[in-house]
Write a protein that binds this ligand. Structure first.
Ligand code: NAP
Ligand code: ZN
Length: 387
């Protein structure tokens, strides 16, 4: 077994202020990477900039990160960071700005490299380590503040658009770029933030849907990590504690009775979920969620959550499922499914998208590896449970 969890985490109220020296100690000029609005409204951005100023560290802002950030956004933020002479990066916001911040920190450390570096397997010595990065989460969902992952939206040319031409026309292969697909994928490099400053206060501006969608993302991380080929006694310390923590808020989440204690529980479960998937990766619900987000615009956590009931019902070891559900204080997959349905409301995935989604997953053995049992198309098709 191996455990590597190098991010220093402070989880407390006012932690950005309390640990301004450590934040400022990451460099001499910060590139602060955020989404468009929320970090101004919940106070996280002003806390970060005031902390930097108190320590006499200059900063510059890139506030153009969209939800499900694109490779293009990362490249534009890098240009800003390089032109301003930044030597470290602070990601402030939900998973989107935090993931973008990690990728920007990597690209800034490799200023001569093009965007293709993000998805190239690094060979030893070919890529300089990312600039130091700090993350300040303002959603309780992704756990990106402690994971080494950075998930970006990119255009890919799937194999099917590389068509073999007939011999009589000269043979060879031809690409059909108009069939390129927009998809989400984690970059090929692991980038742990040096510092995670986790303060539940920033959650107070979250809407019901924002809170539910992100809480379900955390739930998916915990379940998919717990029931995973790579789960170990070490990783289950995180996932078990996270599941028990999530259970304590589940009924109040349904009624959206979310006060400070519930925000504390959700934030803790989120960071634990991040530590769990750092060691195991995610599984089928996450793999199936990406096309649903890209093509239907369904937020990340919701898109993964809709597959959780089907995932548990189809899972090859039903005793393990029952043990997992008991950590969440559910007595059966059926009651869990009813709960998720009530929480998320109606979601319908069109047949054509669903078939493509399943086929894409089946053609990618890397994505199936975290599921410990044999899978076929028929089993996978049952993971969609429309309601
Ligand atoms: P997000 O995409 O970062 O943000 C969603 C929305 O919530 C945005 O409109 C954002 O506004 C707003 N928002 C953020 N904080 C808020 C607050 N405190 N109050 C009110 N609104 C707030 O959402 P997310 O679910 O946290 O992140 C999803 C992304 O993370 C996806 O791209 C997903 O693939 C990725 N992810 C990464 C990991 C990982 O390990 N790296 C794990 C899971 C998911 P602004 O745009 O104005 O800021
Ligand atoms: Zn997720």
């Amino acid at each position: 077994m191996e455990l590597y969890m190098p991010t220093r985490i402070y989880n407390e109220k006012n932690c950005v202020k309390n640990h301004s020296q450590e934040l400022a100690g990451l460099g001499s000029r910060a590139l602060v990477v955020t989404g468009r609005r929320s970090s101004r409204m919940n106070g996280a951005l002003s806390d970060v900039t005031e902390a930097l100023e108190r320590e006499h560290v200059s900063w510059t802002l890139w506030d153009g990160v969209e939800e499900n950030p694109s490779v293009d956004t990362v490249m534009r933020a890098r240009a800003k960071g390089l032109s301003e002479g930044a030597d470290f990066v602070v990601g402030v916001g939900g998973g989107s700005p935090m993931d973008a911040a990690k990728a920007v920190a990597l690209m800034m450390a490799n200023p001569k490299q093009g965007e293709e570096m993000l998805y190239r397997k690094p060979s030893p010595g070919s890529v300089k380590p990312a600039l130091p990065t700090a993350c300040v989460p303002t959603t309780a969902g992704t756990g990106s503040e402690v994971t080494p992952y950075a998930i970006l939206t990119r255009d890919v040319l799937p194999d099917i658009v590389l068509t073999t031409l007939p011999e009589e026309t000269g043979g060879g292969q031809k690409a059909f770029p108009h069939l390129a697909q927009r998809t989400k994928q984690s970059i090929s490099h692991r980038i742990f933030p040096s510092l995670a400053l986790v303060d539940l206060s920033y959650l107070h501006t979250a809407s019901r849907q924002g809170c539910v969608d992100t809480a379900v993302d955390t739930l998916a991380h915990l379940i998919e990590s717990h029931l995973n080929t790579n789960s170990t006694d070490y990783s289950r310390i995180y996932s078990e504690t996270g599941l028990r923590t999530w259970a304590r808020v589940r009924d109040r989440l349904l009624r959206f009775e979310i006060g400070e204690e519930e925000r504390r529980l959700l934030m803790n479960a989120c960071t634990l979920g991040g530590m769990a998937i750092t060691h195991t990766g995610t599984s089928l619900p996450h793999a199936l969620s990406y096309p649903v987000t890209c093509e239907m615009g369904i937020p990340h956590g919701r898109a993964a959550g809709i597959f959780l009931p089907g995932f548990l019902q189809a899972y090859g070891d039903q005793e393990a499922v029952m043990r997992t559900l008991s950590l969440l204080e559910f007595g059966s997959s059926q009651t869990f499914g009813e709960y998720i349905q009530k929480l998320l409301g109606e979601v319908k995935i069109p047949d054509e998208l669903w078939e493509r989604d399943v086929d894409a997953l089946l053609s990618n053995p890397g994505k199936l590896r975290n599921y410990p049992f044999q899978l076929d198309r028929e089993k996978l098709m049952r993971l969609r449970q429309d309601w």
